[in-house]
Design a protein around this ligand. Sequence first.
Ligand code: ZN
Length: 85
Amino acid sequence: MVVRMRHTKGQTGSRRSHHALKAPTLSKCTNCGADHRPHHMCLNCGFYKGRVVIDLLAKKKSREDRMTAKREAIRGAAVDPVESK
Ligand SMILES: [Zn+2]
């Protein structure tokens, strides 16, 4: 450490006095009652200001369908060579 960089414990402590983490502010969803960030859509049900912004249930279902199709394709590819022997 170079001498000009040296700080007293007090200076270091003063600088670090602002380093504490704060808990995030959360508000309750009016639709499902889950905690969500204020001025943000509820990540549990997709509601904001009393209306659906993103249909999370439909999104989840389409994702599951896609994953199932993918899994089936992989299973089919893995099973076929064994059956052909
Ligand atoms: Zn909600």
